[in-house]
Ligand binder design. Structure first.
Ligand SMILES: Cc1ncc(COP(=O)(O)O)c(C=O)c1O
Length: 419
């Protein structure tokens, strides 16, 4: 064990029994080209523990039927398990009421739901929407589509060289035309943790609602939507140990009730005639058609699994991983960390001098180390740092200090190949 590791052992995150946790994740035992898999692409998608896999098997082998529609045993079981998953998610983010939790296919759909349901109903010509330079494309493009349709305008909060939002500039962007703010909680490209609570309070003082893209925060930080006082909070199941095809939109009940539905179809109605349709109450008004029942139930199991470990313990361990990785990479000549915010979560984006990020990724893969290379669906961030792409290692609570060492050794071998 290195000195840094010994020091870290005494910190709160070290209380996590990573070896025991890893045993829950069958996929982490894989070898890639004869090398142990070092999975550091968690910001793109995280892995699934056995209890969640087991939950899927149990649902599919003994509980599956369509929900909300029949009185037979399986349908009633599936319905109550689906609604129980909603309660688990509500508890996970401390929503005031479970009807404030809408199941979507992911963060992207959750943001699009707000754009259609709120934006198209309440925004008009010359209204302004505030976004930030850090946003993922899924929190830019829907608002651009809305702006184009309505003649509204997008205003963008700039960042400094560390990748932190310039909060003075954010505040200066507000005017009587400001009608909506959409901001990410944690940057997927740089790891910056944004001061969303402060930003929400500022917007609310001016009567402006705020959507928070929590895709990269929900897996790493304890999220309390009541404490944040956000109007909307979006995240994806597959980034927090759940399956793909499921995500969550939290919305304050009063706002959701005033919004128009996003999709029309079965289950989102109370009554239909050819003359008039009456919509269902929330959350069903926003869940048209057969939802991803199995995925929602698995997400419920995933948030339960994470809560049992404890989001504070998870966050502390990931801070340790990030600090340890940052300290080592900072000492490497020819490697530059992109994104050096004071408050960061779980992401280390870097550039190796003279080596294209795709080559970094390919060579690291030969060592068994999985990182992501590219623009991370955040091209404005790449433009701000004048790079076409970065290499990104992103951590989860099941990563170990030894895996950080493998990353660092891998970067060294990349440098040797290009020396
Ligand atoms: C910050 C952020 N927002 C939104 C998304 C989109 O999530 P999904 O593809 O699960 O809808 C991602 C995915 O990487 C993300 O990192």
């Amino acid at each position: 064990m290195t000195a840094a590791q010994t020091k870290l052992k005494t910190r709160p995150g070290a209380a996590l029994d990573v070896e025991r946790i890893r045993a829950d994740f069958p996929i982490l035992g894989l070898e890639v080209d004869g090398k142990p898999l070092v999975y550091l692409d968690n910001a793109a998608s995280s892995q699934m523990p056995q209890p969640v896999i087991d939950r899927i098997v149990r649902y599919q082998t003994s509980q599956h039927a369509n929900i909300h529609r029949a009185v037979h045993y399986l349908s009633e079981t599936a319905t109550s398990e689906y609604e129980e998953a909603r309660r688990k998610v509500a508890r996970f983010i401390n929503a005031r009421e479970e009807r404030e939790v809408i199941f979507t296919s992911g963060t992207t759909e959750a943001i699009n739901l707000v754009m259609h349901g709120y934006g198209r109903k309440f925004l008009g010509a010359d209204d302004e929407i505030i976004l930030t330079t850090l946003e993922h494309h899924s929190n830019i493009v829907p608002w651009q589509m809305l702006a184009e349709e309505k003649g509204a305008k997008i205003r963008v909060v700039p960042i400094n060289d560390a990748g932190e939002l310039l909060i003075d500039e954010y505040e200066k962007l507000f005017s009587e035309r400001t009608k909506f703010v959409a901001v990410m909680h944690v940057s997927n490209a740089l790891g910056t943790i944004n001061p969303v609570r402060q930003m929400i309070a500022f917007a609310h003082a001016r009567g402006v609602p705020v959507l928070v893209d929590g895709a990269q925060a929900a897996p790493h930080l304890k999220v309390d939507v009541q404490e944040l006082d956000c109007d909307f909070y979006a995240f994806s199941g597959h980034k927090l140990c759940g399956p793909t095809g499921i995500g969550v939109l939290y919305g304050k009940a009063a706002l959701l009730e005033r919004m128009q539905p996003f999709k029309g179809g079965g289950d989102m109605i109370l009554s239909v005639t050819f003359e008039k349709t009456t919509y269902n109450t929330i959350p069903h008004k926003f869940e048209a058609g057969t939802p991803p029942i199995m995925a929602a139930i698995a997400l419920g199991a995933a948030v339960e699994y994470l809560s049992e470990i404890g989001m504070d313990a998870i966050a502390a361990h990931e801070v340790d991983l990030l600090d340890y990785a940052t300290a080592q990479v900072n000492r490497m000549p020819g490697v530059r960390i992109i994104g050096t915010a004071e408050k960061k979560a779980a992401v280390l984006s870097f550039a190796v001098d003279g080596v294209h990020p795709h080559d970094v990724g390919t060579l690291l893969n030969q060592e068994g180390v999985a990182v992501r290379t590219g623009h991370h669906c955040a091209q404005p961030v790449m433009q701000r740092f004048k790079v076409p792409a970065t290499s990104r290692a992103s951590f989860a609570f099941y990563n170990s200090m030894a895996e950080v060492d493998a990353l660092v050794a891998g970067i060294r071998s990349v440098q040797k190949v290009f020396a």
